[in-house]
Design a protein around this ligand. Sequence first.
Ligand code: EPZ
Length: 426
Amino acid sequence: MSNCIGKYLIHSGHKIDGELTVQSAKNSFLPILAACLISDGEVVLHKVPNIIDVDYMTKIVENLGVKIVKYNDDLLVDSRHANTYEISSILTKEIRSSIFLLGAVLARFRQVKISYPGGCDIGNRPIDLHIKGLKALNVKVTEKHGYIICDGENMKPNTIHLDFPSVGATENLMMVATKINGITKIVNPAKEPEIVDLQNFLNASGCKISGAGTSVIYIEGVDKTNGCEYTPIPDRIATGTYIIATAMTGGKLLLKNTYPEHIESLISKLKLAGCDVSIKDNEIFTKANGRMKSIQNIDTQPYPGFPTDLQSQVMSLQTISDGVSIICENLFENRFKNAAELNKMGADIVIRDRMAIIKGVNKLYGADVQAHDLRGGAALVLAGLVAEGVTTVSGIHHIYRGYENFENNLTSLGLDIKKIEENTTF
Ligand code: EPZ
């Protein structure tokens, strides 16, 4: 993890040209790694993404007595000797995904003690929907000294109505319910592809879940589960990030190992804005045709709406598109931090509460900018790839949390980006 200290040095003037195989989905792999605690056998996970959040989650799960071995691109996970339900707070504060352990550990031990999760500084990140759902399953929940302590000895099946289709709450409640005898229903769940992926992994482990991706999920409790082999879905946000990089730099890119339907909301908007995007099986070919037209309105919504995780990247694209664009960020109240950094580069962005108004400019200028979160950091790199002159992006450890080999991938596609020491001056 130490190799993520430093900043990026970016020289513009190059177009993306080449092909890339997309990594496995961070937001699939992390809940699935937690869900291995529910498997009563050895699990082999293929195509492990080489990202910091997986390193953190691996350490957290190993601290529970789970045996994990990395072998090439595979992760061998054996939870049969898991021996504690108390989750170390040192690591849980680092990543939001540690909250998925709440459901997995509760399913395994019927007890769990976990501190509040950490994660990106994109908003308050409450877990009230998780807690409300657990209480509906007759879990006794106490919150004290920054810990959540759950007693699930008398858990009962129930129908849970989520006030908001929260991804994490849906995943936690799915996992808990796998070990509650009877049928639990989750109404108004999140429909993200990563939810379907978690269902498919849990079913491969012997659980009985149906309806993921629709408006009701059914979970029938089981007593025994088994080990399995599983390959998570490709990362739709990484896919979208590279497509937007192509639209911005004016090049062409063939992406392999993709699920095009998972980013239909982005592809349809880019086509309207003048980008060529063609699909063949699990490949996406993108070709830019000069300056893009502005995308008038972008409203981030739960899946299948426009993903909040691509909002920062599409904002970078709008800064150099032709016209005015309005972005509404409806999920996270603090996800416009990039605007100030982009304005340092000559962008014209005005923020009004949840709305960003972006007037396209002819060019951006290189500057020293700061990443504040994972997707915002990647978006600043995209801006640096097209800004006249030299750009440095600090805080790149955010980017390493979710993008595998980011600078090496961009370099292999013909771009000029290097990692240098944080205190290097020019
Ligand atoms: C997951 O976060 C993803 N993270 C996020 O990706 C993604 O942005 C988000 O889903 C939405 O798609 C992982 O999967 C590890 P939510 P999560 O619960 O589960 C409110 C990235 O860049 N809410 O669906 O935390 C919350 O405040 C990351 O890869 C409650 O009010 O998202 C937010 O407004 C960033 N109460 C909205 O729901 C709750 O109990 C969406 O949150 C839970 C959530």
